[in-house]
Design a protein around this ligand. Structure first.
Ligand SMILES: NC(=O)c1ccc[n+]([C@@H]2O[C@H](COP(=O)([O-])OP(=O)(O)OC[C@H]3O[C@@H](n4cnc5c(N)ncnc54)[C@H](O)[C@@H]3O)[C@@H](O)[C@H]2O)c1
Length: 399
């Protein structure tokens, strides 16, 4: 493969990637599949990019035009079946979060990657902000000692009008999204910084009277926070949110070793706050506490370019990682196993919330005997497009 010839499924979130793709000489946008005509029109695609509304036609006609990869920006809980169809049609896949909407789909997805031999990665972008990359560097270079604890928050509250606009239609996924499910922006950066995977999760979620009043009549989730607490496979513990509506900054991350700790996120801009015990300050550290903007050049020549791109540069790095993988065979951090590990943590974190924090083992999807236990588990809080088929509550019991 000398060029990623990509097709985009879903042109709402997809449109921000389309803008970046059209400027990238190593990527060609072959086709866009979007079933909502006004959204498709709003993309203002150049001549020559195929437009369609049907995924089957998109794969078939796209293949005839040389399409070799698919970017999934369709509904949050529907990525896995489309990823599998694309890989079975011989295409590599980059998928928006989340990888899979049920435990069964997690199993189906990893088996499809292994069966087809196609490349799959999750487009998790929050780990690639400047401050999160710097915190990853500090961890990986051992500057903080052994990592004991990490925490991540993805806070995204909105006005009632915005919430209504984000979830068009009574059965849109955002109206039924349990608070733990949108986990990748809080958990992904921690996994990336500390090179770890979840082993056990305990979750708790909490009702918000304010959110209830905001969304009454058009959304079914009245909780304000879903929080998960995990044992990770590197021997540390981690606490992180799904997506919250609590009054707090947009996002924040913290990682603590036994020698030093680092913190970043809104409130620090692109800065990192680095802390050492008074008795562990290394030579040349510049003091016990330093707050600094990391030098982007530390992350290679491409890093300056990233700064103007969406989500603190994260969107730029997703495409760079995709090109490195699909064109040059450099495996991304967020492969299919990391993707489904995050999805499973979110799903089990929700079931744990419904059972007062019961501790749940997160399967290692690389191990057939562990994933086999979940191959038929298709419980879901999401109704189908006509309101049918939800088998789990999506919100905590009303007080
Ligand atoms: N990483 C990030 O920073 C970020 C930001 C926003 C959204 N997202 C993710 O992007 C995904 C899409 O979210 P969104 O904000 O675009 O909202 P959305 O889910 O409402 O939009 C999805 C779009 O895909 C289209 N679509 C869905 N299924 C289709 C199908 N089978 N055929 C043709 N078109 C189809 C819909 O018409 C819609 O325009 C979600 O998974 C969301 O989590 C990620």
């Amino acid at each position: 493969m000398t060029k990623v010839k990509i097709g985009m499924l879903g042109a709402w979130r997809g449109n921000s990637y389309i803008d970046l793709i059209l400027k990238d000489p190593e990527i060609e946008l072959v086709a866009v599949c979007e079933k909502h005509a006004p959204t498709l029109e709003a993309t203002g695609l150049p001549d020559g990019v195929m437009k369609c509304a049907d995924f089957g036609e998109f794969l078939e006609s796209g293949a005839e035009k040389g399409m070799n990869a698919v970017f999934l920006c369709n509904y949050f809980h529907e990525h896995a079946p489309y990823a599998i169809r694309a890989m079975e049609a011989g295409m590599d896949v980059v998928s928006e979060c989340t990888s899979a909407g049920t435990m069964k789909e997690c199993v189906d997805l990893v088996r499809a990657v292994e069966r087809t031999g196609r490349k799959y990665m999750i487009a998790e972008n929050y780990p690639f902000s400047l401050s999160n990359m710097e915190m990853a560097r500090l961890c990986r270079e051992g500057r903080l000692g052994k990592i004991l604890y990490a925490e991540g928050e993805y806070n995204h509250s909105a006005s009632a009008g915005e919430l209504r606009a984000y979830s068009p239609g009574k059965y849109h996924w955002r109206a039924w999204l349990p608070r733990t499910y949108y986990v990748t922006h809080a958990m992904g950066p921690l996994m990336y910084m500390t090179d770890s995977m979840p082993r056990y999760v305990s979750g708790r979620s909490v009702y918000s009277p304010f959110v209830h009043e905001q969304v009454e009549g058009f959304r079914a989730v009245y909780d304000g926070v879903g929080m998960m607490f995990c044992e990770m496979d590197n021997g540390m513990i981690a606490r992180f949110t799904g997506c919250t509506a609590m009054a707090s900054d947009y996002s924040r991350y913290r990682v603590c070793g036994d020698i030093g700790g680092a913190e970043g996120g809104t409130g620090f801009g692109e800065n990192v706050r680095l802390y050492y015990h008074p008795f562990t300050v290394p030579d040349g550290a510049g003091g016990q506490i330093t707050v600094y903007r990391p030098d982007p050049a530390r992350f290679g020549k491409r890093a300056e370019k990233a700064l103007g791109a969406g989500h603190g540069g994260g969107d730029f790095w997703v495409l760079e990682n995709m090109k490195d993988y699909f064109l040059r065979g450099i495996a991304p951090f967020f492969d299919v196993y990391k993707g489904v590990a995050m999805s499973a943590t979110a799903i089990l974190g929700w079931r744990s919330s419904l059972r007062h924090g019961e501790n749940m083992a997160v399967p290692d999807f690389r191990v057939e005997s562990e994933r086999k236990l979940w191959e038929n588990d298709d419980l879901t809080p999401f109704p189908g497009e006509n309101g049918e088929g939800a088998t789990l509550p999506c919100t905590m019991p009303l007080p």
